[in-house]
Design a protein around this ligand. Structure first.
Ligand code: NAP
Ligand code: MG
Length: 495
């Protein structure tokens, strides 16, 4: 078993991982804890305080007090400096954070460092700049029922108040930063509930927030189970908005729970991204891109390219290339330097992925790579490519959330658009072609929040990210996310 070389991380793991409420590390009110395993070994990695509805209530109280107090009194520029400093501290502690992400989630440490941690830092830096740029407008009124009257009218962009945020386990620190940074930039205070499978990096981050000068209670972090802590946060009457990332099924539960006080809701949900390769594509680039689109992060990526559609003339070449890439991936413990793919996050996820593949095989799919679990310990599953699929198979319709690629062929762009859009999801899509006109024409036909051309999984703090159809409501990142964490007030004065 590979171990962390960081003393700080080892110390962090050796003690009960606390809740973070009102700037304090605390045990849960019930005293309960749960264990988080290392998915590379299945053995316990750390013991974690298990918050429930009572702890959520305390956290919401702390967030409300901070919203009405210290946080609102800070100037936008001071807020921006704190956010920038958080980004700097994440960079300074990149190696420790990458160790924690790898140990808790299973992902390769190098990928954690250069993707998860770097993106998290970048988002805080990007959002730091927005704190001073939240502007309203002035309007000239021509109110028909007040002829001759003169008005001075303007809008204010104001924060929402206390925001609840619920995140998944696939990119724990990155998901936390996507949620925290914009909400803070807009002047809200928050309660974050990480996923039970990956409770560690958010609590490690808490110390960096304090070090950056964030006032107590502005960010509160409560680990615990979705059915208890998560549900309590979504339903809480004193929470003004809930921002959720996770499965479409739980997203709908969150929506219902939010109904009580009609809190604002944004949802970042699942996907089943089509990756469409035309026969004029650079085949070598498309092979590498198609493999990376599904196997990065063990396929546990909401915007993964999990359905590969290839124009008939080059279908066999593409499948042969992706199969070879899949067979060559080095699977192992995420902390080992040559590991390219780690274990799945949990035994449940391993069961889910292998269950889907078994069903696919029973339905007639033919594997060219993978398709049977790697023997334990640890929750490993190999990079898998399935051919001979049909549109109604569950491996084609459902989000598997694992390293499983389904492939099919098409004859022309009309057919390609039809199969690509044949999904309840609409988060991401890829197009591979050298024809610029075809690329842009096809991009317009795709029902997805992000379309990549001759690349995949390129995300940036400046690019809005979110779903069409059942992949969600609202956008994260870019300046569009500011709409999700502010509300507009119109002020009208008669002159
Ligand atoms: P999930 O159940 O939707 O979990 C996402 C978050 O919601 C977690 O923090 C979870 O807490 C919490 N949660 C669960 N039940 C809740 C409830 N009733 N009320 C409020 N919060 C609740 O996703 P998952 O179980 O981790 O994975 C299942 C599937 O979700 C995956 O296989 C995949 O299809 C999808 N998924 C999508 C994304 C994405 O980025 N779009 C990310 C992860 C998973 P606990 O984990 O503590 O229960
Ligand atoms: Mg874990």
């Amino acid at each position: 078993m590979a171990e962390t070389t960081s003393k700080r991380v080892a110390d962090f793991l050796s003690r009960e991982v606390p809740l973070f409420i009102g700037g304090q590390h605390r045990k849960s009110l019930s005293g309960k804890t749960f264990e988080t395993p290392n998915p590379a070994t299945g053995k316990t990695l750390a013991t974690v305080a298990e918050g429930d509805a009572a702890d959520i209530d305390e956290a919401v109280r702390a967030a409300r007090a901070a919203y009405d107090g210290a946080w609102r009194d800070l100037t936008p520029s001071s807020r921006g400096k704190i956010l920038w400093k958080i980004g700097d501290l994440i960079e300074e502690h990149a190696e420790e954070l990458a160790d924690l992400e790898s140990l808790d989630n299973g992902k390769p440490k190098l990928q954690a460092q250069f993707a998860d941690v770097a993106v998290a830092a970048e988002l805080f830096h990007y959002m730091a700049g927005w704190t001073t740029k939240l502007e309203g407008n002035t309007m000239s009124l021509s109110t028909p029922y007040a002829p001759g009257a003169q008005f001075h009218a303007y809008t204010l962009r104001e924060p929402l108040g206390v925001v609840g945020q619920i995140i998944p386990w696939n990119f724990p620190l990155m998901m936390a930063s996507w949620k925290l940074a914009p909400a803070l930039a807009c002047g809200n205070t928050l309660v974050l509930k990480p996923a039970e499978q990956t409770p560690l990096s958010a609590i490690f981050l808490a110390d960096l927030l304090t070090e950056a000068g964030l006032p107590d209670g502005v960010v509160n972090i409560v680990n615990g189970y979705g059915e208890t802590a998560g549900a309590a946060l979504a339903a809480h009457e004193n929470v003004d908005k809930i921002a959720f990332t996770g499965s479409t099924h739980v997203g709908k539960l969150v929506l219902r729970a939010a109904e009580g006080n009609l809190k604002k809701v944004t949802l970042e949900l699942g996907g089943k991204g089509p990756n469409v390769v035309f026969d004029d594509a650079d085949v070598e680039a498309a092979v590498a891109g198609a493999a990376d689109a599904i196997f990065f992060n063990q396929g546990q990526v909401c915007c993964a390219g999990s359905r590969l559609y290839v124009q008939s003339g080059i279908y066999d070449d593409l499948v042969a290339g992706v199969t070879e890439a899949a067979l060559n991936i080095k699977v192992g413990d995420g902390l080992l330097p040559d590991t390219q793919m780690g274990p799945l996050v949990s035994s449940e996820q391993l069961e889910r992925v292998s269950g889907y593949v078994q069903q696919g095989l029973a339905d007639g799919a033919v594997p060219t790579a993978g398709a049977s679990p790697v023997s334990g310990p640890g929750f490993f599953y190999p990079a898998t490519v399935l051919t001979n699929t049909r549109p109604a198979m569950s491996v084609v319709t459902d989000e598997i959330f694992g390293p499983v690629l389904v492939t099919d062929r098409f004859d022309d762009a009309t057919e390609a658009a039809s199969v690509a859009n044949n999904s309840i999801y609409g988060l991401s899509a890829g197009i591979w072609t050298k024809d610029v006109s075809k690329a842009h024409t096809f991009a317009k036909k795709i029902q997805a929040g992000t379309v990549w051309v001759n690349c995949f999984n390129i995300l940036d703090a400046s690019l809005p990210f979110g779903g069409y159809k059942q992949s969600g409501w609202g956008r994260e990142m870019g300046h569009e996310v500011l709409n999700a964490y502010t509300q507009t007030k119109s002020v009208v004065m008669m002159l």
